[in-house]
Design a protein around this ligand. Structure first.
Ligand code: UTP
Length: 295
């Protein structure tokens, strides 16, 4: 069955970006001139997704507005003869069909995904975190969809190798590689934010998942977990008892733009990757190295 829908939870409070996030949704903070969420939605579209379902909270309207048409601005740009800018704005307004659902209380990522149940219905779907960007020639969601298709439309978690000392930041998987593969494993369990000594591996997810609709049954019955929140990880563990869950080591470079270090890293790297800003950024870096005597 073709996967048509992506659930993108963006209801979190973004406390690591305060005070900016007092008024601006974290996902709207730009990396150069595109808000973080643009890169994430672009990944979904390049993977063949037809509908994006944002799980939002109060104060997050700017995200929906960004993907909507803005006729007033379009008219202004038209009258000012700014045709290039006009086309760019129109393109964004037509990128993808967007629906949003309010998560009234921020009870955790698991609860956020459960909010999408009625819209998703009885179809497989993907979950993409709105503050994690993965870049590479092959969109990561597309890579995971392929693994799902090759394995009877199974659930698939995208994972990457992380520093073993940093497992406490992630959901970490345990499993064994399927025959003939060094990238895809049958997952047996997943541990939420384990201390390095308790981590079952150093394969962790940055928030890319393919789910069959049975995940909703699991999400409905899990108790509150780590941090007093309804954890998606707990539902995945329940799902893995009854249904096949695979973990796949994806290709691509991941940027955790939900924290300041990851955000700075993405800003510098994206500027270097873009032909319009590459020379500018190299000049700035060179000047700073000299000015601050960076070795
Ligand atoms: P985070 O743990 O990054 O939380 O959530 P956050 O609130 O966005 O940021 P900090 O930690 O306070 O700085 C991971 C993802 O899950 C979503 C967030 O929007 C983010 O994309 N989320 C989390 C929800 O949608 N609802 C929740 O109840 C919790």
């Amino acid at each position: 069955m073709k996967i048509r829908r992506a659930v993108i939870p963006v209801a979190g409070k973004g406390t690591r970006f305060l005070p900016a996030t007092k008024q601006v949704p974290k996902e709207m903070i730009p990396i150069i001139n595109l808000p973080m969420i643009h890169y994430v939605v672009e990944e979904a579209i390049l993977s063949g997704i037809e509908q994006v379902i944002f799980i939002t909270s109060s104060g997050k309207n700017a995200i929906e507005d960004y993907f909507d048409r803005n006729f007033e601005l379009e008219e202004f740009l038209m009258k000012s003869g700014k045709i290039k800018e006009l086309e760019m704005i129109q393109e964004i307004g037509k990128m993808v069909e967007v629906t949003s659902i309010r998560q009234k209380e921020q009870l955790g990522l698991g609860h956020a995904v459960l909010c999408a149940k009625d819209i998703v219905g009885n179809e497989p779907f993907v979950v993409i975190l709105g503050d994690e960007i993965v870049r590479g020639p092959n969109p990561v969601t597309k890579q995971l969809m392929k693994v799902s298709e090759q394995n009877n439309n199974a659930n698939v978690i995208g994972v990457m190798e992380v520093d073993p000392m940093e497992t406490y930041k992630y959901g970490v998987v345990k499993g064994s590689f399927i025959e003939g593969s060094t990238k895809t494993m049958r997952m047996t369990t997943m541990v939420e934010k384990p201390k390095p000594a308790d981590a079952p591996s150093n394969l962790a997810t940055p928030g890319r998942y393919i789910f069959r609709p049975e995940i909703f049954d699991a999400l409905k019955v899990i108790p509150k977990g780590v941090g007093g929140e309804y954890q998606l990880t707990d539902a995945i563990n329940l799902l893995a008892k009854e249904s096949e869950v695979y973990a796949h080591i994806f290709e691509g470079q991941r940027f955790d733009t939900g924290n300041i270090e990851g955000y700075l890293n993405a800003t510098v790297e994206f500027a270097l990757m873009n032909k319009d800003s590459e020379a500018m950024m190299k000049k700035i870096i060179k000047e700073k190295i000299e000015k601050y005597n960076i070795k």
